[in-house]
Design a protein around this ligand. Structure first.
Ligand SMILES: [Ca+2]
Length: 317
């Protein structure tokens, strides 16, 4: 009896909780999360919103391809009819479209074909009855993480992969720099965030490019060769161990994101940082022209009329 109760409780718990994605992929600065349990359009939309995400929005061919890699079945996407076809959240007008021939079909007064989905065979879009139960993909913005013990804003980039120097240029181009991991707290935060993303290594700013065996962060501070965050192998082959061949420091996914020296030409993910002590978070935190300010190690987005969400990513259209 007790076990029966337990079983019922578990089923109940799973039914309210039961929204773990069956597949994920990182694409640009987003995570795409696939849900295999068929739901109506509104129910699927609610699941995404409960995850601080939204039904995936396909703004170009690359996004379309990323979704197809994840799942080729028919899927709900964040497309709906409201006096015209619109994306639910960011940038609601349709610039890129990929409708199947004959779509969108004329919407009828019963509103039963007001929802957008993708076809199984080729991913092209069609509009259909919102009450159908389809698989769906949520899209989550990974752009910014504010490190709570400082005013460091972190950007974790997974796609496209870059070499150390390419990653460095990418950060600088965006007014940032590759991350300098000066505290245990920052290393721990990054380890948590990176492990949620999958199994990719990530470049930091650490290197001994200038003087072999003299490791420094990008901000000029020294990295001890005996720092406990270096990966420890059994025996005496502790990292860094690559000599003149390996001059750049990455957090290594397979080994719990411990540090390892690696060839700087390897292409992988990378982490940019930006100091937002001034209180101005810049232009890439709040979406849809929201105004960003920082105080007490938190950022706040003041959204323009019609937008809401922590990053003003959602809109009432
Ligand atoms: Ca070296």
């Amino acid at each position: 009896m007790r076990y029966l109760f337990l079983l019922i409780w578990i089923r109940f718990f799973n039914s309210i909780q039961g929204q773990s994605p069956s597949g994920t992929s990182n694409f640009r600065n987003y995570r795409l999360e696939l849900f295999e349990e068929g739901k109506t359009y509104d129910a699927a939309k609610s699941v995404c919103e409960g995850r601080n995400a939204w039904l995936v929005e396909i703004k170009d061919e690359e996004t379309q391809a990323a979704i197809r890699q994840l799942q080729t079945s028919a899927l709900w996407i964040g497309l709906h009819y409201d006096s015209g076809w619109k994306w639910n959240n960011i940038e609601h007008s349709l610039k890129y479209t990929n409708w199947f021939a004959g779509n969108p079909q004329i919407v009828n007064s019963n509103k039963n074909n007001y929802c957008g989905s993708t076809r199984t065979s080729d991913g092209k879009w069609f509009n259909t009855d919102c009450q159908l139960r389809l698989r769906y993909v949520c899209q989550l913005d990974l752009t910014w993480t504010l490190y709570s013990n400082s005013n460091l804003a972190l950007t974790i980039m997974s796609n496209p992969k870059k070499s150390f120097s390419e990653a460095n240029i990418s950060c600088i181009t965006n007014g940032k720099s590759l991350v300098s991991i000066n505290t245990d707290g920052l290393d721990s935060l990054l380890t948590t965030k990176l492990s949620q993303l999958g199994t990719m290594n990530y470049w930091t700013s650490g290197n001994d490019l200038k003087t072999e065996d003299s490791w420094k962060w990008g901000d000029g501070t020294t990295i001890s060769k005996t720092d406990a965050h270096w990966l420890r192998w059994p025996g005496d082959k502790n990292e860094p161990n690559g000599g003149k061949d390996e001059n750049c420091l990455l957090k290594h996914a397979v080994y719990n994101y411990k540090w390892a020296d690696t060839k700087c030409t390897a292409k992988t993910g990378y982490i940019c940082q930006k100091d937002v002590t001034s209180g101005n978070c810049g232009t890439d935190v709040c979406l849809n022209r929201g105004i960003c300010t920082v105080s007490n190690t938190r950022y706040t987005c003041k959204c323009k009329d019609g937008f809401f969400g922590t990053k003003c990513e959602k809109g009432k259209f």
